[in-house]
Design a protein around this ligand. Sequence first.
Ligand code: G6Q
Length: 556
Amino acid sequence: MNDLIESTAWLKLKEHYETIKDVHMRDLFAEEPQRFEAFSASLNDILLDYSKNRVTDETMELLFALARQANVEEWRDNMLAGMAINSTENRSVLHMALRNRSNKPIRVDGRNVMPKVKAVLAHMRDFSEQVRSGEWHGYNGDRIKSIVNIGIGGSDLGPHVVCESMKPFAQRGLKAYFVSNADATHLVETLKQVEPESTLFVIASKTFTTQETMLNAYSARKWFMDLVGNEKAIEKHFVAVTTNIELAGKFGINEANIFEFWDWVGGRYSLWSSVGLTIALYLGMDHFESLLEGAYDMDQHFQNAPLEENIPVILALLGIWYNNFFDAQSHAIMPYSQYLERLPDYLQQLDMESNGKTIDRKGHRVNYLTGPIIWGQSGTNGQHAFFQLLHQGTKPVPADFLIPALSQNPLGLHHRVLFSNCLAQTKALMLGKKYAEAVDEMKHQGFDKKTIEEVIQHKVFDGNKPTNTIIFERLTPKTLGSILAMYEHKVFVQGIIWNINSYDQWGVEYGKVLAGQIQKDLSKPGDVENHDSSTNGLINYRKRVYFDEIEKSGVD
Ligand code: G6Q
């Protein structure tokens, strides 16, 4: 039994939906000249324009009432007070402590965690400065030129999106690589680009037991030993980021080079912790701290701004509006910035791992939709691929468009073209093109009546497709920090309203054990019959090919 869809705020929204579902945004804009001012919110240089949504003042009031009914503010305060809101793992959720730039203590079990957080930041600063200045060098005196981050999921996606997005701030001559996939190709192709003498491997794993990461770490270690042949050299080239100091020590990493974090930091919320070591090495600690400051500004905004002006709350409520009342199955992320190319990947994990849940906090199956499918691609590339479906497909796809007002690479007309495309898309998605407009356009282009009649239906665009535009001055570490924190809080608010635990990931844990039995079966000769027929058939296919190959080549 779930209360949500029977609650007062929900029922009022349902009723309101009936009155608004056929209203066109084109008419809302015509009726309300101040719509942009009325439906926008800002923090520092970040401006959220949410006027191109299928909402009126009344819709927003009802949505804010839903947030109040779910006690979003109280949950937010409980999270920051260190309460174990990750109830299925009995853990606090305190990634906000990692970027707490004030002197206020933040406690877990009555203990202030800030001294530990600051000590790790100081350790990161000290180490990254040594590496970047050349004071820390490879075993034979070479300067470190390549950082290879080995990690997966939360120990990969966060540092990866930041390093990619912040390339203009990186130190010249230093490269960052990310290896995550169990497919050896990922590691092998990366190792082709680096030299052991000038490479530092950062093994990032909260648990230090994740199969893919351990596989890659041990293979990287073997590659290093095969080329260098000096066990002692390992400590100059391998460091670890983990909560499991013991296992990192067993791997052979010097305790002084293990960067700690804690179980109250969830994997997908960990880029602000020592999991950000690769960021600090690549960009420098000052830029890493600017990233933290940007996130802290968003945290302050999230904690203090009234719900009506609160950017993450507004984004969360609009998401719920489409997800639960318009039955939108997905939400698209369109960064009009090549540097933000990896943002959709990062947000996929943040959102889908957090809110891809069916069981509510009380242990009941929900009877409403929870987290959407997150997808997207950088503009303008997406325009030449899947935007057709956004304009004329049968599925509603609300989307966020993100764009800097100024480019990091001002080159001729490029940014003006990029900017025009971004705005032209959101405008067209909102307005659409009426039948009469399409006819006029074709007449103007000189088409005859018969041709117009034949194709006109295809040239009509319904419009009324909702988008948010998130615009900022320039993509800097601080702005990026604010944007990532904005999405974290959006996901939190949605999880609270859907009454699910956004901080566990039993599906991921399940995946971590699933492969064990199959792996054993793959190593024995002969066909297997102990699985379903599909799994048996696929295992046996691989075995036949593999054992034939061994017989032919004589090499295992
Ligand atoms: C994140 C998830 C998951 C995790 C990876 C890596 O919230 O728990 O993506 O980050 O499975 O785990 P380790 O860091 O422990 O290797």
